[in-house]
Design a protein around this ligand. Structure first.
Ligand SMILES: Nc1ncnc2c1ncn2[C@@H]1O[C@H](COP(=O)(O)OP(=O)(O)OP(=O)(O)O)[C@@H](O)[C@H]1O
Ligand SMILES: [Mg+2]
Length: 158
């Protein structure tokens, strides 16, 4: 029997998205497989597709309501899926760790856009089980290629 070679980055997956539906479906695939609470950080420049990914992930969890970008308080809660789905956006408002722990105690799937703002605001690293980086792809001249994104998923396998 052939021996499997050790993988150099076992917890890292890199995908290419060429349209918003691809990004949605990558989120959907992850959401479909989730069966316990998890904290996911979502990182990427303005308008890159973080909320599209969140919509897919929520759909994969079975959320029935329309998933929209969190405004005002920066937190949207959805309880119609298999697990509570908490979608946070720290672009304008960052919540403290007590609030995050409150949802962790409820076995929620917590998805946080602009996680890095927590780290700079509170000067401590937010503990996430998975980080999803969504990046614009650029041509040789450095211009953004329309609709193309690279999605890197780093997971601690919890
Ligand atoms: N491959 C792609 N994946 C995701 N979105 C794409 C893609 N190609 C084009 N788009 C467009 O990019 C936009 C992404 O918007 P979205 O609100 O998801 O970004 P965001 O990262 O959440 O922005 P913000 O930083 O303001 O929260 C949408 O208008 C979508 O149609
Ligand atoms: Mg967004």
């Amino acid at each position: 029997m052939k021996k499997l070679m050790r993988m150099c980055s076992p917890n890292k997956t890199i995908k290419t998205s060429t349209c918003l539906e691809d990004t949605f479906n990558i989120g959907l695939d992850i959401g479909t497989r989730l069966n316990k609470g998890i904290t996911i950080g979502l990182s990427g420049e303005l308008g890159v597709g973080k909320t599209i990914f969140a919509k897919g992930l929520g759909e994969g969890l079975g959320v029935k309501e329309l998933i929209t970008s969190p405004t005002f308080l920066g937190i949207n809660e959805y309880y119609s899926g298999r697990l509570p789905f908490i979608h946070m956006d720290f672009y304008q408002k960052v919540v403290d760790i007590k609030k995050i722990n409150f949802y962790i105690d409820k076995n929620a799937v917590i998805l946080i856009e602009w996680t890095e703002n927590f780290n700079s605001m509170f000067n401590e690293k937010l503990k996430t089980n998975t980080i999803v980086y969504i990046k614009y792809l650029r041509d040789k001249e450095g211009s953004i290629i329309d609709n193309e994104r690279q999605i890197v998923i780093e997971s601690d396998n919890t």
